[in-house]
Design a protein around this ligand. Structure first.
Ligand code: PGA
Length: 264
């Protein structure tokens, strides 16, 4: 069983313009040459996806989309299919981000349909999940994230889970708010998710899956989060738009490759 390599990914959301995207890509390519300890990824808006794939070609930086439509093609005005994302050279897609769940009304079933479409198109997936503040205060965190995980993963083969899936635990109350889970809160949920993954897909797959933390990750809080044994990098929103912040997070977002659970 190989060790997990932490994965630090920037979710650019609906930010930047073409010039800013190009400049950020140039800096990212330089950063990748410095070989930070984490694997790096960026998730630009759709219209810049092909540009970013070209700019970062050969850098080793993962490029993906922020969502996809569950259908293959057809009369879905304004939508983008997983196959189109693959066709322009991207390798990954985020599904289930809380902003999609909340602003676009995506249910667990909608998220699963997108995940299945992405896998079928040859894309690897970051599955986002997390509880709202009201759910945390009602002590429902464990049941909420477990249900989201089960909806996303049940029925997938161990091999697919191990090789093509990343989980991003993003407490909704921490996204874009400046609040973030304490390392202890993050570790508790990450360990719970990994235990549930073991039940769903086996110990080896659970030990191999990268589980990122997301929600107001910044240069000054990443090291403590990354030191948690089950936190394997981060999904970064606001701080990924600034190359200095992202570079620091990339450097501190991985202490050393995590031993697989069975090696500990
Ligand atoms: P944030 O966003 O870092 O700006 O809180 C994280 C995310 O939504 O993935």
């Amino acid at each position: 069983m190989s060790a997990r390599t932490p994965f630090v990914a920037g979710n650019w959301k609906m930010n930047l313009d073409r010039g800013a995207v190009r400049s950020l890509c140039r800096h990212l390519a330089t950063l990748a040459r410095e070989k930070p300890p984490a694997r790096l990824g960026v998730f630009p808006p759709f219209v810049y996806l092909a540009d970013v794939v070209a700019e970062l070609s050969g850098s080793g930086i993962v490029v993906g989309a922020q969502t996809c439509h569950p259908g293959e093609s057809g009369a879905y005005t304004g939508e983008i299919s997983a196959r189109m994302i693959r066709d322009v050279g991207a390798s990954h897609v985020i599904v289930g981000h809380s902003e999609r769940r909340q602003l676009c009304g995506e249910s667990d079933a909608d998220v699963r349909a997108r995940l299945d479409a992405a896998l079928a198109a040859g894309l690897d997936v970051i599955l986002c999940l997390g509880e709202t503040l009201a759910q945390r205060e009602a002590h429902a965190t464990a049941s909420v994230v477990t249900a989201q995980l089960e909806a996303g993963v049940t029925g997938l083969s161990s091999d697919v889970v191990a090789r093509r899936l990343t989980i991003a635990y993003e407490p909704v109350w921490a996204i874009g708010t400046g609040l973030n889970a304490t390392p202890a809160q993050a570790q508790e949920v990450h360990a719970l998710l990994r235990a549930r993954l073991a039940a769903l897909a086996g110990d080896a797959a659970a030990a191999a899956v990268v589980v990122q933390y997301g929600g107001s990750v910044k240069p000054d809080n990443i090291a403590a989060l990354a030191a948690c044994p089950d936190v394997d990098g981060a999904l970064v929103g606001g701080a990924s738009l600034d190359i200095r912040s992202f570079a620091t997070i990339a450097r501190l977002g991985a202490s050393s490759p995590r031993p697989a659970r069975s090696d500990r």
